[in-house]
Design a protein around this ligand. Structure first.
Ligand SMILES: NC(=O)c1ccc[n+]([C@@H]2O[C@H](COP(=O)([O-])OP(=O)(O)OC[C@H]3O[C@@H](n4cnc5c(N)ncnc54)[C@H](O)[C@@H]3O)[C@@H](O)[C@H]2O)c1
Length: 331
């Protein structure tokens, strides 16, 4: 059996990844290491929690002693780091935890993996740093896309902490031959995402007949959206076929403004599209977050499967059918 250490596996993307990966890769054991912050939820893993191929350990990636213990005891072949503080708005109010977890926590993992894996010259090992397209910042001109070679220009403390962690990972690759790969994905939607995030909160408010409130830039900023399972399949391609030291952008090419998404959600739920309110009109020019994912598509033979209509339909259904999950998970 091979061992995959997943950090932050009780969160949105990590739990979708574990559920998907464990079912399809029978010769793997997964150790999920997560300290269960507000967005970590053990219910996300209830279907596999009794599997003999799944272990959960509660702990922080900032705890060097515990991280050392986990790596020594479970001897992971691979590590995939989802653990992160993830809310850009919260990062504007209190940036410090973002740098503690996203930068210092990543350093803790890298130091420990380097020590234990280095004993065997990193043979058969790989570390995946799950990063975000937000490290590039917004594109200011229409129809331009960031490639993996574009400079990082983060706009807020969250994306600055993720960009810093990426640079740290890169420095381990460059200086120690550490077998790391960085992925940078666009915005995800799908089941298990905390109710205070954009798509789930729109769904919740539509279901409850509350107004869907959007901020003033809702019409002006178009972001790229991908179904979480498409992100997971991309990460699996990277895990098995990626090249050490490389960065791979992951994106769908499907861009939508918050207004367009909110309307889509309301329509899917059979509600009036006028059920949303914006708090004002912004003078800002249209900004777009967009990355070019040619490299992973061409080199690793990956492609996304979900279009936005099907993905949103499935996601809305999930939140409708799992109301106890989000009622118990208040914002
Ligand atoms: N959600 C998106 O749209 C998106 C897009 C691109 C990249 N990403 C990246 O993917 C990763 C996962 O994002 P998500 O949306 O699933 O986030 P999430 O907030 O749902 O999950 C984060 C998980 O990390 C855990 N965690 C936080 N601090 C920890 C610590 N110190 N030690 C151990 N565990 C800790 C939390 O308990 C939670 O389970 C993040 O690195 C994020 O930057 C997310």
């Amino acid at each position: 059996m091979k061992v995959l250490l997943v950090t932050g596996g009780a969160g949105f993307i990590g739990s979708n990844f574990i559920n998907y990966f464990l079912r399809r890769n029978k010769s793997y054991v997964i150790v999920n290491y997560d300290n269960l912050t507000y967005s970590g939820n053990m219910n996300n893993l209830r279907e596999i929690e009794r599997s003999p191929r799944y272990h959960f350990v509660k702990g922080s990636i900032c705890n060097q002693d515990l991280v050392n213990y986990i790596i020594k005891r479970h001897r992971p072949d691979y590590i995939i780091n989802f653990a992160s503080e993830t809310c850009p708005k919260k990062s504007l109010i209190n940036p410090a935890p973002f740098f503690e977890t996203n930068v210092m926590g990543t350093l803790t993992l890298l130091d420990s993996a380097r020590y234990f894996w280095g004993k065997n010259n990193f043979e058969g090992n790989r570390f995946i740093q799950v990063s975000t397209d937000e490290v590039y910042g917004p594109v200011n001109a229409k129809d331009t896309y960031f490639t993996e070679d574009s400079a990082v220009m983060p706009e807020n403390p969250y994306s600055a902490s993720k960009a810093s962690a990426d640079l740290l990972v890169k420095s381990f690759s460059n200086n120690y031959g550490f077998p790391a790969v960085i992925s940078r994905c666009c915005n995800n939607y799908g089941p298990n995402q905390h109710i205070d995030k954009f798509v789930p909160s729109c769904i919740k408010n539509s279901i409850l007949n509350n107004p869907v409130r959007l901020n003033e830039d809702a019409n002006n900023i178009r972001r790229e959206w991908i179904h979480v399972l498409d992100h997971c399949t991309a990460l699996i391609r990277i895990l098995f076929y990626g090249r050490d030291g490389e960065t791979y952008n992951i994106s769908s090419g499907i861009a939508a403004s918050d207004v367009e998404l909110a309307k889509k959600i309301l329509k899917t739920l059979g509600k009036s599209e006028d059920q949303f309110e914006t708090t004002g009109t912004s003078e800002r020019q249209e900004l777009q977050y967009a990355v070019n994912s040619y490299k992973i598509r061409n080199n690793l033979n990956w492609g996304h499967k979900y279009n936005l209509d099907d993905g949103i339909l499935e996601t809305v259904r999930w939140y409708k059918e799992n109301r106890d999950w989000w009622d118990k998970n208040p914002d």
